[in-house]
Design a protein around this ligand. Structure first.
Ligand code: MG
Length: 271
């Protein structure tokens, strides 16, 4: 059976210049691409983000996943992180943002999910769009009109998240599902990137650097040079072949005349 969506990916992570531990973790292997940013003292953060990677690793090697697979992995991961918190790890917690390859009636789709303030972006036709919506205090203040985007970037509450896996949170993940197109570039990052570089700087690097591994490393290097105040993790995923509605795999050189329906929120804000 033809894979509905074939990708090429790269990834990079760095402790940054101020922290002693790297509490971020990543998974970048078909069909799962994710970043987890752990929190909590005494190695709790490292163990929480590692628990996310381990919970999703069982799906490596499949061509695609379904929403139920992701929900099942999430509940398994949540249990694992809660166990860490109970066993003397303090309030272990982690964010999770990412995308899995999905198959809808033979067509290649992205299934994106998020909990916390790590982010998933899509570069398509030269436009960079943030797919995920941060679960953070400043995001809520932006939405209620109390903070502008510019004010949010320097607000002292910008690191406070409102949902997590563990850390006493029961907030659900948000999901988005949308058709993949050849040439799509998904970028997943921890806040160590998005707090050091603007969307315009990120877009520039993603646009000019064709190789996903070099793009990921260049983004991480840029965030380190900008100050590296937090751990920095980046995953870049390029759609190199997508099965279209007619069941014909499309490659980059083919004419693209895809349905460009807006993405659908499957389960936004469940709590
Ligand atoms: Mg962070």
């Amino acid at each position: 059976m033809t894979a509905p969506l074939i990708v090429s990916a790269g990834s990079s992570t760095h402790t940054g210049l101020r922290r002693t531990l790297n509490e971020d973790a990543l998974l970048a292997s078909t069909p799962i691409f994710l970043v987890a940013d752990g929190m909590g003292g005494h190695e709790a953060g490292e163990r929480a983000s590692a628990a996310v990677v381990s919970g999703f690793s069982r799906y490596i090697g499949r061509q695609s996943l379904e929403l139920d697979d992701v929900l099942e992995a999430l509940s398994r991961v949540r249990e694992a992180v809660d166990t860490l918190s109970v066993s003397a790890m303090g309030r272990a917690g982690t964010t999770l943002s990412g995308v899995v390859l999905a198959d809808v009636d033979g067509m290649g789709y992205w299934l994106s999910f998020n909990i916390g303030d790590s982010r998933t972006y899509r570069l398509s036709g030269g436009e960079l769009e943030q797919i995920s919506v941060d679960h953070s205090v400043v995001q809520e203040l932006i939405e209620s009109g109390e903070l502008s985007l510019a004010e949010a970037a320097s607000d002292r509450r910008r690191n406070i998240i409102t949902r997590a896996i563990g850390a006493g949170s029961t907030g659900d993940a948000d999901f988005w599902m949308f058709p993949a197109e050849v040439g799509d570039r998904m970028m997943i990052c921890s806040d160590g990137l998005s707090s050091e570089m603007s969307d315009a700087q990120i877009r520039e690097i993603l646009t000019v650097e064709p190789d996903p591994q070099t793009a990921a490393a260049t983004l991480v290097g840029g965030a380190v040079r900008a100050g590296g105040r937090d751990n920095i993790t980046v995953v870049v995923v390029d759609a190199v072949a997508v099965t279209s509605r007619a069941g014909v795999p499309m490659r980059a050189e083919d004419d693209i005349d895809e349905d460009t329906r807006p993405r659908e929120a499957l389960a936004g804000g469940l709590n």
